[in-house]
Design a protein around this ligand. Structure first.
Ligand SMILES: Cc1cc2nc3c(=O)[nH]c(=O)nc-3n(C[C@H](O)[C@H](O)[C@H](O)COP(=O)(O)OP(=O)(O)OC[C@H]3O[C@@H](n4cnc5c(N)ncnc54)[C@H](O)[C@@H]3O)c2cc1C
Length: 384
């Protein structure tokens, strides 16, 4: 579906699809089985431009528009869920806040390392007691002490934390100031009192490491604040609006991969004297999957287009993420059904793809939260 893509977008799509097909997809099973990313492929991403998609060219970035990022995230999702999630977190959560709100000194210090291919970026918002309700639940604090901030608390479920040269952490810097009492602070691994715990044992996305972090009197200098003190909550919301487009695109990639596998299998597997693709019940699943993937893709493209044109895209991003993640759940479920018992086996990719997609309706805002965002916006449109 590329009827509305420019020549540049088509060329970028061809480059990333070929790269993902040749350099990422062949290792997807190994990444899942070993629980480790394939670093040789990640290093090669530097030359393709996948490690700094929206970063400034002077630091090796591509300065791509949002539609190009969507195209790349879909291609990555089609190839390998673990690699795609780590790349979504790297570009959208790790690199982008630093690009957007970092000082010149922070850019010079961190962007070359983040784009080197030897590390991946990370953002720590979630805590053991706070995910959807960050404003009400974040308890990790940074207290000012002379020229430093002293951090105490715990973060949970942080993608790429063990791979990052620096982690952006959402902290409460003024407990009495509500949503104006948060700031983002950059913390480097190795800082005394900062512990990155062993990776979580997860259902899927096993190659993408997820960690708990603890901060016990971690001292950083005042210039480690990212953006303005007191703006951390607003920065978080802006980052998540953008991230939702990426997770939506990734989910479309996973759904497309499941459909590709299911359609191929259905044409070759026979039952009752003919390929199962000739049974109407299978055809309907294939038709619904193709239609729903296209619908989700259009919503995500629209969200990206709105963003690229400087328009408000929060509702469109929430709609796109909600639709794409729910489509991925259904399409991947049906792809296993089409495979019968083989779909339940680790020998066939649909088993892995199904496990990998399950996170997408939870991370970067659950489906319930997307519905809240959409409903609030829609109801506001009916204001008297
Ligand atoms: C693999 C993985 C990677 C992750 N990577 C990162 C990362 O890099 N950085 C990071 O900061 N976080 C990360 N997360 C955390 C993720 O973003 C959170 O898990 C997510 O935001 C949900 O928060 P929670 O788990 O605390 O669920 P909760 O907020 O406790 O929600 C539990 C349930 O209650 C529902 N619920 C909550 N509030 C409402 C409401 N008002 N109305 C209706 N229903 C509601 C939710 O939708 C959900 O179904 C990751 C998680 C995983 C599993």
């Amino acid at each position: 579906m590329d009827f509305d893509l420019s020549q540049e977008h088509k060329m970028w799509a061809r480059i990333v699809r070929e790269f993902c097909e040749g350099e990422i997809k062949p290792y997807a099973r190994e990444v899942d089985e070993t629980g480790a990313l394939h670093w040789e492929s990640i290093r090669k991403m530097r030359d393709v431009g996948l490690l700094g998609m929206e970063a400034p060219a002077e630091f090796g970035g591509m300065e791509l528009d949002s539609l190009s990022v969507v195209i790349a995230m879909e291609a990555l999702g089609t190839a390998c869920g673990s690699t795609a999630l780590s790349l979504a977190a790297h570009n959208g959560l790790g690199v982008m806040p630093i690009v957007r709100w970092g000082t010149r000194a922070q850019h010079e210090k961190y962007l070359p390392r983040l784009l080197s291919g030897d590390t991946l970026g990370a953002l720590a918002l979630t805590e053991p007691g706070a995910g959807s309700d960050l404003a009400g639940g974040v308890a990790t604090r940074a207290a000012r002490d002379g020229d430093s901030w002293v951090i105490d608390g715990t973060k949970a479920w942080i993608t790429n934390a063990s791979l990052a040269p620096v982690i952006t952490v959402l902290l409460r810097t003024d407990p009495d100031a509500g949503t104006s009492g948060f700031s983002m602070i950059l913390v480097e691994p190795g800082t005394p009192g900062f512990t990155i715990h062993p990776p979580e044992k997860k259902m899927g996305l096993k190659g993408s490491p997820t960690h708990m972090l603890s901060f016990d009197g971690v001292r950083v200098t005042a210039d480690a604040v990212l953006g303005e003190v007191g703006r951390g909550f607003q920065q978080t919301m802006m980052t998540l609006d953008n991230g939702r487009i990426g997770i939506g695109a990734l989910s479309i990639g996973l759904a497309q991969a499941a459909l590709d596998e299911a359609a191929r299998y259905a044409k070759q597997r026979r039952a009752f004297g003919k390929p199962i693709s000739e049974h109407q019940a299978i055809q309907w699943k294939i038709a619904d999957a193709a239609m729903e993937i296209d619908a989700a893709r259009l919503l995500i493209y629209r969200a990206a287009w709105l963003k690229d044109n400087g328009r408000d895209y929060a509702k469109a991003a929430a709609m796109g993420k909600l639709k794409a993640t729910e489509v991925a759940e259904k399409v991947c479920h049906d792809a296993i059904q089409i495979h019968g018992s083989y779909g339940y086996s680790r020998e066939y990719p649909v088993e892995r793809i199904y496990r990998d997609q399950r996170l997408m309706s939870i991370g970067e805002g659950t489906s319930e939260i997307q519905r809240l965002v959409i409903a609030r916006r829609v109801l506001a449109e009916y204001a008297e």
